[in-house]
Ligand binder design. Structure first.
Ligand code: ATP
Length: 308
């Protein structure tokens, strides 16, 4: 594989406030200073793939015709991401309202705006067709993700991060090569009560399932194959916003360059552990060098072990 990743997904402005504890329903709390930063699962994962050194990363999505949209586009371009298929829509740029408590736990409400307008046109279909890995999430219409799944060339891998949690169109699920879910999503999609039960249930629909397990790391199961487990490096979590996105983007880049499962998981978990040590989503995504340093230290490896 040549290592190209095309992300089909959302671009949001993240507006976040730190609070001592998350508010209860109906409650008003005083928080810290408001912080505005680049977000959206699609854009976060594109940034993570680009910083992980994917040979080419491109973004298919939409922003509003507003200053936020222009700033988010410029920021993605500054990470070397091809934004030729990031359309400007009549709807406002997507916005996520985030609260983060002292332990790093968060709640997020997303106003989709332009993300609801993401469709595949001729140019974005051609871009998807050029990808080694198509990486998608559920913050844009599932019909668009399905169109991307159909447009990918034979041999390209569709990684679907089924987040935020939603029922997945069976036709889309049938097209997925690798499903990435957190524990909550794994249980929701399988109606199981433990991850051990959820994985075989999900493997009935998709050939491979990766479940991220927060501070416990992640596991990858392939239908009829072995389970690959990776522990998360132990760190002091400051803000877990974007941990899953960092994991998915780095994983996508690793798969696109042909890493084996264990190596890909180590790169992803190492990068995600750095991401939880910093505030914000894209702001906290590490460079390839930072993530590599973490992987070497956390897993007691030599350089050769990270070439999968
Ligand atoms: P989020 O929605 O907060 O971005 P998520 O719920 O999608 O995350 P998680 O399973 O919580 O997904 O985290 C994704 C990955 O990030 C984990 O598999 C792990 O590698 C890493 N991670 C998350 N939390 C921690 C932590 N406290 N310490 C180290 N690594 C972590």
């Amino acid at each position: 594989m040549s290592g190209s990743v095309v992300v089909v997904g959302s671009v949001n402005l993240d507006v976040s406030v730190t609070v001592d504890r998350l508010p209860a329903p109906g409650e008003t709390l005083l928080g810290g200073t408001v912080r505005r930063s680049g977000g959206g699962k699609g854009a976060n994962q594109a940034v993570a793939a680009a910083r992980a050194g994917s040979a080419r990363t491109a973004m298919v999505g939409a922003v509003g015709d507003d200053p936020e949209g222009a700033a988010l586009r410029a920021s993605l371009e500054s990470d070397g991401i091809d934004c030729s298929c990031l359309r400007t829509s009549a709807a406002p740029t997507g916005t996520a309202l985030i609260t983060v408590d002292r332990s790093g736990e968060n709640t997020i409400v997303v106003a989709a705006g332009a993300n609801d307008d993401v469709r595949l046109d001729e140019a974005s279909t051609a871009l998807v067709r050029s990808a080694d890995v198509v990486l998608a999430q559920l913050e844009i219409p599932q019909q668009t993700v399905l169109a991307a799944a159909r447009a990918r060339r034979a041999g390209a891998i569709l990684v679907l991060n089924a987040a935020p949690y939603a029922a997945v169109d069976p036709e889309l699920l049938a097209a997925v090569d690798l499903l990435v879910v957190n524990e909550h999503e794994a249980l929701g999609l399988s109606a199981a009560s433990t991850v051990d039960e959820a994985v075989p249930a999900l493997l009935a629909s998709v050939p491979a399932v990766l479940v991220t397990l927060g501070a416990a790391g992640a596991r990858l199961d392939r239908r009829g194959g072995a389970t690959t487990v990776v522990p998360a490096p132990r760190v002091e979590a400051v803000d877990t916003t974007g941990a899953g996105d960092t994991f998915c983007g780095v994983l996508g880049a690793a798969i696109a360059r042909g890493d084996d499962d264990l190596t890909a998981l180590r790169h992803a978990a190492a990068a995600a552990s750095v991401a939880v040590e910093g505030k914000g989503a894209q702001d906290a995504v590490p460079s390839a060098a930072q993530a590599r340093e973490r992987a070497l230290a956390a897993y007691g490896l030599g350089e050769a072990d990270l070439r999968g």
